[in-house]
Design a protein. Structure first.
Ligand code: BG6
Ligand code: MG
Length: 210
């Protein structure tokens, strides 16, 4: 077996936080009189908080200073943290727990590779804080996806060579990042360009493709 570790993206792969991100950005956008739709929200998958803000501001009628942008991002995050504070185990996506169990039982390391700075809060809320061998997230990177840094750091924490890692992603930016890291990629949901593609982790035993 070539693959020794599986690095999972968090939002949209392990847990469904799409609606929380949408509601929080929508609240800020409405307050600022900026049009914000579900389609725009789709473009924020895998993209860092500040890069997401720049996408949201494409529809703004005025320009914002750097200081104002930081305040907008902080406001969005405050609304978002309020919403993810209500997440429970029910937010874990179908097939996740079965796959984690199978991988661990077969000696495959599992890690998180997420752009989110809220990763620790989310994992705690859904009861998976102790389920991973390594957690690489928005708090320990300087370059967000599509840069490979978050996955490189996860593999380094696990001490597994990059070519022996599989990345599971729901965002095009994440698939590009996984490939740039020299890893095999499994795309779920609407992500394109992966070595493998499944609608959801409910449709696959990851172990079977390693
Ligand atoms: C990614 C999400 O996982 O995290 C993005 O797909 C989000 O939509 C990014 O912008 C950053 O999240 P946070 O929690 O640090 O604002
Ligand atoms: Mg994602």
């Amino acid at each position: 077996m070539k693959i020794k570790a599986v690095i999972f993206d968090l939002d949209g792969v392990i847990v469904t936080t799409d609606d929380c991100h949408y509601q929080a950005w929508k609240r800020v956008a409405d307050e600022e009189g900026i049009t914000f739709t579900r389609e725009v929200n789709e473009r924020l998958r895998g993209v860092s908080r500040m890069a997401s803000l720049e996408i949201v501001l494409e529809k703004a009628k005025k320009s914002y200073s750097d200081k104002e942008k930081i305040q907008l991002a902080e406001r969005k995050n405050a609304y978002y943290v309020e919403l993810i504070g209500k997440l429970t185990k029910d937010a874990i996506l179908p097939g996740v727990e079965r796959n984690l169990k199978q991988l661990k039982e077969n000696g495959i390391k599992v890690a998180i590779g997420s752009s989110s700075k809220n990763t620790p809060i989310i994992l705690k809320q859904i009861g998976l804080a102790d389920s991973f061998d390594a957690i690489s997230d928005g708090n320990n990177i300087t370059k967000s996806k599509p840069e490979p840094e978050v996955f490189i750091k996860a593999a380094d924490m696990l001490e597994i060579p990059y070519e022996e890692c599989l990345v599971v992603e729901d965002a095009d930016a994440g698939i590009i990042a996984g490939k740039a890291a020299g890893m095999t990629t499994l795309a779920v949901n609407k992500a394109k360009g992966g070595n493998y593609h499944y609608a959801s982790l409910d449709d696959i035993d990851i172990l079977s493709i390693l």
